[in-house]
Design a protein around this ligand. Structure first.
Ligand code: MG
Length: 398
């Protein structure tokens, strides 16, 4: 792997929170990736909703398969741009670790529940998972990942949380979210590898949500004709392979159009980013953080990707059938939160102990409850809800 001068170099890492002896055969970022893959939170991703609830079908994306697709796209682009593939992979595999059960519905509900206690942010929660909630090492909590991986995981952070994090870890991963770190309003960026993961995330979900949306029957190929980015490649695929016009070949046609769409976006990012990097000429990885966002689509692709995103929002994420299940999911999260907050002893042992140690009136018990619920898989949340309330939501518990 030949790294560009602006790539993150594991030999130059800003290090870990707890000193560790280097591994004999692996770079720091390979080691981060391995720690993430072996974590409990990573295994839970397989039972967490991306868009469709986990029980709705075996072939829909889950948080786990989504994360693998982000890693694949990210690595592919990283290699061409001379960025660090291992760091990209570590960030991509960890980027959704903090997601609640039931996808965005669960997250919105938990954020509402936590309104008086500092709110719930899934990016911050992903950092909490790797910094505190995983407990598998003898002498410290968390996975003790390197700065660069943690920086990439903390994609967004509110000002209030950034201040709190900065107090615990001066000049740490939250620093770039503080106004004081951005003189003249030029926002510090994370590494190019982290920027790449954000874009790979968007490319991945736009494509796989078309696939899952059509598979579910909630959106049709006919409807997709209004989306220029998809329709252009559908027509191109059909022109080259006329037999795909047969109704029995609809799925092959869908895959071929998506495949072309993915490739076009990857090549577009490589070209547009290559130009931006050439223009900004970052000397090294740190200088690249001061050059504004360099990972990007070209203008035309940016606009087309936005149109596709809006289409999916209106026709899939807001589809009455999706909204109906999300309403139930919100109810499960809200009611579980109230039950545990009212009786923290009913939390799982480790969390109950944490709640018992938390000082009264500080909102820390609520944070323990939030951590517990956020870690749940869809199925476990539904089972717990059923156990406490006796309510059975058809299909919810799988
Ligand atoms: Mg994601």
């Amino acid at each position: 792997m030949t790294l560009a001068t602006y790539a993150s170099d594991p030999a130059q890492t800003r290090g870990r929170r707890f000193a560790a002896t280097p591994a004999p055969t692996r770079s720091e970022y390979q080691r981060d990736r391995d720690r993430i893959v072996h974590s409990t939170a990573f295994r839970r991703l397989v039972y967490k909703t991306q868009v469709f609830l986990n029980h709705e079908g075996d072939l829909f994306r889950t948080r786990l398969t989504h994360s693998l697709e982000v890693a694949q796209l990210g690595r592919s682009i990283a290699r061409t741009l001379g960025l660090n593939e291992d760091l990209v992979e570590a960030i991509a595999l960890a980027h959704d670790l903090g997601h609640t059960p039931f996808g965005h519905a669960g997250q919105d509900a938990l954020n509402d529940c936590m309104a008086d206690f500092g709110g719930f942010e899934h990016n911050l929660q992903s950092l909490r998972v790797v910094d505190e909630l995983e407990q598998r090492y003898p002498d410290f909590d968390g996975l003790n990942l390197s700065f660069e991986t943690r920086e990439g995981i903390l994609k967004h952070c509110s000002a209030a949380h950034a201040l709190a994090l900065e107090a615990q870890e001066p000049d740490g991963v939250a620093q770039r979210f503080l106004a004081s770190a951005n003189p003249g309003g030029v926002r510090l960026q994370p590494s190019l590898e982290a920027q790449l993961c954000n874009l790979a995330d968007e490319i991945a979900y736009n494509a796989h949500d078309i696939d899952d949306g059509v598979r579910s029957g909630l959106i049709t190929l006919e409807q997709l004709r209004e989306v220029e980015l998809f329709e252009g490649f559908r027509r191109e695929a059909l022109a080259q392979h006329p037999h795909l016009g047969d109704a029995t070949q609809a799925r092959r046609l869908l895959y071929e159009a998506i495949r072309r769409m993915l490739s076009a976006q990857v090549y577009d990012v490589i070209a547009a980013t290559g130009e931006a990097i050439a223009l900004a000429a970052p000397r090294d990885a740190n200088h690249a953080r001061r050059c504004g966002p360099l990972l990007r689509f070209g203008a035309a692709m940016r606009q087309q990707s936005g149109t596709l995103k809006r289409f999916l929002f209106q026709n899939l994420y807001r589809h009455p059938q999706v909204v109906q299940t999300t309403d139930l999911a919100k109810q499960v999260v809200r009611e579980l939160f109230a039950i545990y907050l009212n009786d923290p002893a009913s939390l799982q042992a480790g969390f109950a102990a944490r709640a018992a140690r938390a000082p009264a009136e500080t909102g820390q018990v609520a944070r323990v409850v939030s951590d517990y619920i956020a870690g749940m898989t869809d199925r476990f949340a539904a089972h717990e809800h059923q156990r406490f309330t006796g309510k059975v939501f058809p299909g919810m518990a799988g």
